[in-house]
Design a protein around this ligand. Structure first.
Ligand code: GUN
Ligand code: ZN
Length: 430
């Protein structure tokens, strides 16, 4: 009995980077496409009718004129902040002290960590996100809770213990040695286990002493196949604080660089207010930046210049940054990226937005050979979008002259109601 499944519909095909090349040359939508899946892997992508003829025993799932896309890849999230999403007011540092740190304190309780981990994974799935790269809290149990919950669901996740040894409440501080030891033990247990990967995770320079940054830099040098994730240049007052805390540093990035925390597998969230030297070094090292547009407007951080950074050849991903971000939806996140682009003078095309939310994010996480595109050999993580999910979107889509025009309406106005189905490693979950 064949376990092949053939999904029919409109299919989003990505062959390159629509910031590096004309989007028309590297991203296309096959209006009569098909995706053949078996044993959790994409086996073929192409003309739907031809695939049907070539694979007569495959079970056919006809999605009509829905759009079959790669599952969304959320390249920067804080799953422990799920319950405090959309907390009013405050700028970054006040917001952390008022809402985030008290909530993160609760994750010393493994039962609470498990509950929120499961909730975050369920919410992201319902919004079409199949891969998440998340921060945990300082508690090792909070990392275990997320990896265990993800393993039950066979979800591809990256996560790490958030390390902080200063400027946080005593209950949320570790030490250079315990951060090193706990991160190492978690990494050895989880990195590469099933669909899990470990990311070494200093929260950001203000909450780590130089000694802690140094210790985590050593750990990364010992495990160079891991990602290292942190925050960079999110708010101007944060940057001023970093200058005070690290008077010798040339700039914010330098606080990481001098402690062994800059490299090709470095993933830096926000990165809004960058100095020319920082941009040069990020480009030279091949590090990735993650755009968090709903967070950057919600917390009032600023407008990342995505088009200019992409033109400089910097690897870019897209992310919700929940709970600083105001939505679990990568559609809402793409809409915010479009609006910020407009405020910076660049109207991003739907193809570029979809690329950022899928292949771009996957590349920023060094997962391009696993997820982020519909291509033979990649894992069968898929999201199927209804391009007329509400009356308002439907009436706009009815007027569209091209499928791109219809998709853009869903990007700008859509949410979880647009997610018609989700497939994780070849299993239909929604
Ligand atoms: N900088 C350091 N920690 C955080 C966080 O949890 N959220 C955001 N948005 N920025 C941060
Ligand atoms: Zn963050």
């Amino acid at each position: 009995m064949s376990n092949e499944k053939l999904l029919l519909g409109q299919v989003l095909e990505i062959d390159g980077d629509p910031f590096a090349d004309a989007w028309q040359d590297v991203v296309r939508i096959d209006t009569g496409g098909g995706v053949l899946v078996s044993d959790g892997v994409i086996r073929a992508v192409g003309d739907g009718a031809a695939l049907r003829q070539a694979h007569p025993r495959a079970e056919v799932i006809d999605h009509g004129d829905h759009l079959i896309c790669p599952g969304f890849v959320d390249a920067h999230a804080h799953y422990p902040q799920t319950a405090i999403i959309a907390s009013w007011g405050k700028r970054l540092i006040d917001w952390l002290n008022t809402y985030t740190f008290p909530e993160e304190m609760r994750f010393s309780d493994p039962a609470y960590a498990r509950e929120v981990a499961e909730r975050h994974l369920a919410l992201t799935l319902a919004h079409g996100t199949t891969t998440v790269c998340s921060y945990a809290t300082i508690h090792p149990e909070s990392v275990t809770a997320y990896f265990e919950a993800a393993a039950v669901e066979n979800r591809r996740v990256i996560a790490g213990k958030t390390c902080m040894d200063r400027n946080a409440p005593p209950g949320l501080c570790d030490t250079p040695q315990s951060a090193y030891d706990d991160s190492k033990a978690l990494l050895e247990r989880w990195h590469g286990r099933g669909r899990a990967e470990y990311a070494i995770t200093p929260r950001f320079s203000p909450t780590s002493t130089p000694a802690q940054l140094e210790a985590l830099g050593s750990l990364w040098a010992e495990h160079p196949d891991c990602l290292m994730q942190t925050h960079l240049s999110e708010q101007t007052d944060e940057i001023a604080w970093v200058k005070e805390l690290f008077p010798q540093a040339r700039d914010y990035l330098d606080t990481y660089e001098t402690h062994g925390l800059l490299g090709a597998r470095g993933v830096y969230g926000h990165a809004i207010h960058l100095e020319p030297r920082e941009i040069d070094r990020l480009r030279e090292t091949g590090a990735a930046l993650v755009h968090c547009p709903t967070s950057n407007t919600f917390i009032g951080s600023g407008l990342m210049d995505v088009a200019r950074l992409a033109a400089r050849g910097i690897s870019l991903g897209l992310a919700t940054d929940t709970g600083g971000g105001s939505s679990f939806s990568m559609l809402r996140t793409m809409a915010a990226a479009y609006e910020i682009g407009q405020l910076r003078g660049a109207a991003l095309h739907a193809a570029q937005l979809m690329w950022l939310a899928t292949a771009g994010s996957a590349r920023s996480l060094h997962l391009s050979d696993r997820v982020g595109r519909l291509a033979p050999g990649l894992e069968a993580d898929l999201c199927v979008l209804d391009l007329a999910s509400t009356p308002a979107i439907g009436q706009r889509a009815a007027r569209a002259e091209t499928v791109w025009e219809a998709l853009f309406a869903t990007i700008m106005m859509g949410d979880d109601r647009a997610v018609a189905s989700v497939w994780v490693a070849g299993d239909r979950r929604l």
